[in-house]
Design a protein around this ligand. Sequence first.
Ligand SMILES: [Zn+2]
Length: 409
Amino acid sequence: MEGGRVTRLARRRWATAAELLQLVNAEPGITRREAAERLGLSSGAATELVDRLKRLELLNESRAEHTGPGRPTTILEPHEQGPLVLIIGLRASGWELRLSDLAGRLTALTDAPYEDDRPEAVLTTIAAAVAGAVDDAEPRIRCVVVSAAGPVSGTALGQLSARHWLELLDLQRLTAGIPAERRPPLLVGNDATLAGVAEARTGASKDTSVAVHLMVATGIGGVLLLNGEPALGAHGTGGEFGHLPFADPALECTCGSYGCWDLAVDGRALARHRGEPEPADPEDYARRLLDDLESGRSRSGDNRGAVALAAGAFGRGIAGLVNAHDPDVITLGGLGPQLRRTAPEAFDRAYRSGLMTVHQRQPPPVLDSVHGADGPTRGAAYLGIDHITSPAALDRWAGNEPETDTAAR
Ligand SMILES: [Zn+2]
């Protein structure tokens, strides 16, 4: 097969370059000498490789502070004209565009609210902005990654429940405004999954073999990470821990099921415990209540009680995930850290009492995320950088041919 032969050739030609560029991403500020050691390259071979990548506008060097014995070395950096990842964030409250270079350095392009309730209209607006961004950066944007606040399968988004979008949306239309011959490949990830990837690469679960990441927003998203890789399931929707049936089976969930864990933990649970109607934006509702309690604006015992019930349901569910997956660590994002912090005893009691005996002596630590609200964007950048530093993508960059949609995956 012609295609297979080209790919094998590209792999041979670009494998070491790909490893070097991935090292520049994983360890910002790495010197040429350290990189050569890490990849087992002679100093001559490293110089030759770096020179080749400089000519191709992939890398640049700056002088490193001279420390220790040996000749001075340089710091490896992404080239200022090098390839970029465009990140589309479909958040609960609005959408955003970010650019990432090979080192994962982010530039903000757009932050906008959803100005329409119809998903079609919103996707059309974003597609126009994406086409504009790709035009402006021509030909540097080599991959587009969507971070979406909803379940994802392939390039389809199952629902964006915070916006009451309950139908299946094909996100390929976000790049449909770009002429096919220069349309970059599109990758789509769930925001909680991507945040988990960011924690595993450079955050609170770095270097663990098994980790669980949980992100509380409207509902609870998450992912199981095995040696830093997300376990996505057979169709890409793995990690929807919020839809484990840990809550009252009489409660109906937007996912089509009953008794989901989401409903016992997020703003809907807090409203129910306070005797209030279901909030239109459960994430915002929960954030306000937690902020009020934390700042002392609210001293209501009923509010504290409501949060303690939700924090307890959160801790008990996490114990269930520990029993199921035996992780080294659990990391918390979104409103998770604040929910635990506001009712630490209720959380801890429920967590410990839900653990099987084998876990009780040394319960896995539950850590706040390092990347916080940036987690999904960081994870999306890592996904895109993995793609643009692949041997096949580097081959196309060197040939100055844009990687078209048909080449994706
Ligand atoms: Zn559900």
